[in-house]
Design a protein around this ligand. Structure first.
Ligand SMILES: *Cc1c(COP(=O)(O)O)cnc(C)c1O
Length: 244
């Protein structure tokens, strides 16, 4: 199902209302929270509708699929985040076409992205994805590796380390959800206490955005709450970072 412009404006209003309510609960300004529309498996028409409704940031998980959308004339001026599993053989395309990589998890990929980022392009914004619960099906650096990885990324040219990202285990209560996000926030605060200068906490999706906002998310990545349920993924695209 694809939501048309009317429905999209409506679902965006609902998402913004959820963010505003959570922000009010903890005394945050809702304007400090950016929605990244997770548009994987959504057609260009849905992206256009979201852009018309006021969304600027879009997140894509599959390089091939994303390329067809972000190079379209209708997509000019939108800000693209790569939020999927980084693969060594696709880093060049990512470095050439995205403004952000929210899901970096290795020094090797960081080096490739740095050397492949075109000189005429602005620096590539990067978040380190952390696999908080060491879940085998998910990518992300182990919590114990994050400090060293952050240090290595900060040394590389053409990349700017902005923050941390996570895709925590499914949790069913607000308290349980908050616990994972609080863990990421603590890592973020520890890095900043050492002078890392990070400004981005990318955490929270359709089902848990309130918990993320309460724990300090600056970017929430929202798919189904904006676009409706996703059509099934093409099997050629390889493993997903979250179960479909
Ligand atoms: C698909 C996806 C999302 C959005 O998930 P929803 O539950 O549909 O909001 C967020 N982050 C990543 C990394 C994703 O792959």
């Amino acid at each position: 199902m694809v939501l048309g412009p009317q429905n999209l404006a409506e679902s965006l209003r609902a998402v913004r209302a959820r963010i505003a309510l959570a922000a009010a609960r903890c005394g945050r300004n809702a304007d400090s929270i950016t929605i990244v529309a997770a548009s994987k498996s959504q057609p260009l028409t849905a992206i256009e509708a979201a852009a018309a409704a006021g969304i600027e940031h879009f997140g894509e998980s599959y390089v091939q699929e994303a390329l067809g959308k972000l190079t379209a004339p209708q997509a000019a001026g939108l800000i693209w985040h790569f939020i999927g599993r980084v693969q060594a053989n696709k880093t060049r395309t990512v470095a050439e076409h995205f403004a952000w990589v929210d899901s970096l998890d290795s020094v090797e990929h960081a080096r490739r992205l740095a050397s492949q980022r075109p000189y005429h392009a602005p620096v590539l914004n990067v978040c380190i994805q952390v696999n908080l619960a060491a879940e085998p099906a998910k990518s992300g650096a182990a919590p114990a590796e994050v400090r060293a990885l952050a240090g290595a990324v900060a040394e590389l040219p053409r990349l700017r380390l902005r923050g941390l990202m996570c895709l925590p285990p499914q949790a069913h209560t607000l308290e349980e959800q908050r616990r994972w996000f609080a863990e990421l926030r603590h890592m973020f605060e520890d890095l900043n206490a050492q002078g890392a200068g990070l400004d981005t906490l990318s955490m929270g999706m359709s089902a848990d955005l309130e918990a993320a906002v309460l724990e300090g998310a600056t970017h929430v990545r929202i798919g189904t709450a904006l676009f409706g349920p996703r059509p099934r993924r093409h099997p050629r695209e390889g493993p997903d970072t979250i179960p479909p």
